[in-house]
Design a protein around this ligand. Structure first.
Ligand code: BES
Ligand code: MN
Ligand code: MN
Length: 460
């Protein structure tokens, strides 16, 4: 991989310039106002794939946003790596909290990224990360060192639950035939502590509507006599955790796989400072399920969180009113072997049951996803581990993550393929938040590391 690495070293500025062009396209999948931009982003990528010499480049139209596909098959008797990523991004709002516009990338230094970081929506999640694969493949092609076949599938709907990719995968199993899935859409512990993600939590997401009286009421005339949907909703939500911060939905923990003490002890070896964690978030203490560490609460334990709550009067001044309706959005992060559909249904049954007779409750399920755990004793894992050792000079630590990428479990179910999660982002990179950024160190290190995985995996 010598020539590949040389190509990377002499093209660093070009790579960043090209990433900037990608980041300038506001490919927000959740908002219909950006549909043209999402389509333009897909086209931009396809053109780029063609320009770097990939074959079978295609913008695949779906009922939603397009999927971009490309491949380089050098020899069908060699292994094939299927790279997955997403070019769609989260909405940028609240816009006023960005220090520079979300879709005008700039490089700024931070305490954690002294060599500079790229600030833009999607810089880390996931444009900056999947683009590392594009550049690594380009470098291997230019150096004539591509050691195996590669397929790239970059979708435009990850942030909205990959509804159409799931259908596409089911219907195109032959096209997606490969030996491993390779994804950079997660994180690592720190720039001097490389890690490989070995698990993702699943997701169950519900929206709740609580209806009381048939219209908003004067809170003096009716207050005290009818159920206030906001009071009721907040009481119901508060009852979803007990004093030990355990979730009270009956059956919620039934299928949770408990880690052995040995596994927990192994996990506790990963460097983690409670103090630094609190300081970074300006909090006095952490909070969560009794009997588990912060690392465990954020990865191997399931959660239930209100993601949004609204109703009644929230404008200026006071308005004395009992609202007719109250709403909330709730996410539950799941761990093996919890099933999202089953958890959603347990939640729905429980929530309807605890509702007082004075209100009506409607629970609407949204997209979900299965949890994943990837093996650490596979040849593919060893290939990844050795790649990090080459570029970081250290063995990476396996770490289960708290985030979700619903399509990963689908890949295993439908294609029978395992995934290697080579994430290079940091938790402090503010993904989904204002001022999202991605370190230049991380971007380049990723581009340098990926070719070694290709090489090691080809030699299995
Ligand atoms: N890339 C993230 C998931 C992630 C980030 C996993 C960091 C591990 C570490 C992905 O784009 C994402 O945001 N997923 C959503 C789920 C999706 C269905 C909206 C999530 O985790 O909330
Ligand atoms: Mn992502
Ligand atoms: Mn995301």
């Amino acid at each position: 991989m010598e020539k590949t690495q040389q190509f990377i070293q002499s093209n660093k500025q070009k790579f960043v310039d090209e990433l900037f062009a990608l980041l300038r396209i506001p490919s927000v999948s959740a908002d219909a106002n950006f549909q043209q931009d999402v389509a333009a982003c897909a086209q931009h990528l396809a053109t780029h794939f063609q320009a770097i010499g990939l074959d079978a480049v295609e913008v695949i139209h779906t009922a939603g946003h397009p999927i971009v596909y490309a491949e380089k098959i050098i020899d069908t008797s060699l292994p094939t790596i299927l790279v997955y990523g997403h070019y769609d991004v989260q909405p940028a709002d609240p816009l006023e909290l960005w220090h520079s516009p979300a879709f005008e990338p700039v490089i700024k230094q931070t305490a954690i990224h002294p060599e500079g970081a790229i600030f833009a929506r999607g810089a880390c999640d996931d444009k900056g990360q999947f683009f590392m694969h594009v550049k690594a493949v380009e470098a291997m092609l230019q150096a004539q060192e591509l050691p195996c076949n590669v397929k790239l599938m970059i979708e435009g709907e990850e942030e909205v639950g990959s509804p159409n990719l799931a259908i596409f995968v089911r219907e195109h199993k032959a096209k997606l035939k490969a030996d491993i899935i390779l994804v950079s859409d997660t994180g690592m512990l720190a720039n001097d502590t490389p890690s490989i993600t070995t698990g993702l939590r699943g997701l169950s997401y519900v929206e709740i509507e609580v209806t009381g009286p048939n219209r908003d009421l004067h809170s003096g005339l009716y207050g005290g006599c009818v159920a206030n949907p906001i009071n009721i909703l907040t009481q119901m939500i508060a009852s979803l955790h007990d004093d030990n911060m355990r979730i009270t939905v009956p059956g919620f923990y039934d299928k949770v796989v408990e880690l052995s003490e040995a596994d927990r002890a192994e996990m506790a070896k990963a460097p983690f400072s409670e103090k630094a964690y609190c300081e970074a978030l300006d909090i006095n203490s952490t909070h969560g399920e009794n009997g588990y560490s912060t690392m465990e609460r954020g990865s191997i334990r399931p959660t239930l969180d209100v993601n949004g709550i609204w109703g009644g009067y929230t404008g200026e001044g006071a308005k004395t009113v009992i609202a007719s309706k109250a709403y909330a959005k709730i996410s539950m992060r799941l761990v093996p072997d919890q099933d999202p559909d089953e958890i959603t249904s347990l939640f729905q049954t429980h929530f309807e049951k605890i509702a007082p007779a004075s209100v009506r409750v409607k629970v609407t399920p949204h997209h979900g996803g299965q949890p994943v755990v990837t093996p650490t004793d596979s040849p593919a894992y060893a290939a990844a581990s050795r790649a990090y050792e080459t570029t970081f000079g250290k063995k990476p630590i396996p770490v289960r993550s708290g985030g979700s990428i619903p399509i990963i479990a689908m890949f295993e179910q439908e294609l029978g393929l395992k995934t290697i999660l080579m994430g290079f982002g940091l938790d402090s990179d503010a993904i989904h938040s204002p001022n999202e950024h991605y370190g230049l160190f991380n971007f380049y290190k990723g581009i340098e590391t990926i070719p070694y995985f290709f090489k090691n995996f080809s030699q299995i």
